[in-house]
Design a protein around this ligand. Structure first.
Ligand code: GLP
Length: 245
């Protein structure tokens, strides 16, 4: 646990930089969201100081909106270019995101899983958490799809992403393509980053409540190497025994 959101972002970035130093060919799973903007800022700062070299690294993003192409300003492709890809030395051919505009989304989800498997799976995946407990775009539900799939977004998730679409919730696509929880949990290390008071309630449910598909982030606790990087505000509702871990 760290004192504030920036310190949490810096800690998560330092962990990734340390992994990159140890494994230059790191395969990295990457999230989007407002929480992760300071994380990418810290990672870029480490890169500029020569402490994070992406020359041989490979990235796979968790998700992308359906029906938007890579050049759409609201796309996660655009978000990633702005916050990371245009600012570090990643090789373009080793950057992967689901193609939201793929005509045949079934073929696209199969291609994405295959590409990830061909790369040897993720060494580490960084996750944010939606206020409803989603990770990637695995929305709370009675059943979850295990692998990469097409998903209908909940109204709350469309509202939370309106900042990318001129603050117009109705402009946010209704569907997305997302890695599934099994895809995510195949990563060798899982790093969950959550900051700010508006995440306190869901962080407590995810990390200290029952493990349930109704809180997709709670499934992360099934992973033997899961780490949560929180700031004090996001950890505020956690029982003391969980916070101390
Ligand atoms: C989007 C992403 C999620 C992410 C969430 C967090 O919905 N699809 O992967 O966890 O944003 O958003 P924020 O950090 O803005 O709260």
């Amino acid at each position: 646990m760290t004192s504030n959101a920036n310190a949490a972002a810096k800690l998560a970035a330092r962990i990734v930089a340390a992994l990159l130093a140890r494994t230059p060919r790191l395969v990295l799973g990457l999230p989007t969201g407002r929480t992760t903007i300071p994380f990418y800022r810290s990672l870029v700062a480490l890169h500029q100081r020569g402490e994070a070299d992406f020359a041989q690294a490979t990235t796979f993003n968790l998700d992308e909106f359906a029906g938007v192409d890579a050049s759409h300003p609201g796309s996660y492709h655009a978000y990633m270019r702005a916050h990371l890809f245009d600012r570090v030395n990643l090789a373009p051919e080793r950057i992967h995101l689901p193609r939201g505009d793929a005509r045949d989304w079934r073929a696209e989800i199969a291609r994405y899983e295959r590409t990830l498997a061909d790369a040897g799976g993720m060494d580490v995946v960084v996750l944010g958490i939606g206020r409803n407990g989603h990770v990637g775009f695995n929305e709370p539900a009675e059943r979850l799809d295990a692998r990469t799939h097409r998903v209908k977004l909940h109204a709350a998730s469309r509202r939370a992403n309106a900042y990318l679409f001129g603050r117009r919730t109705r402009a946010v696509p209704a569907y997305a393509i997302s890695m599934g929880l099994a895809t995510i949990l195949d990563a060798r290390l899982v790093l969950l980053l959550a900051t700010g008071p508006d995440k306190a309630r869901i962080v407590a449910r995810a990390l200290a409540g029952p493990i349930t598909t109704r809180v997709p982030a709670s499934l992360v606790r099934l992973h033997p190497a899961g780490v949560a990087v929180l700031d004090r505000a996001a950890a505020a509702r956690l029982p003391a025994n969980v916070t101390a871990q």
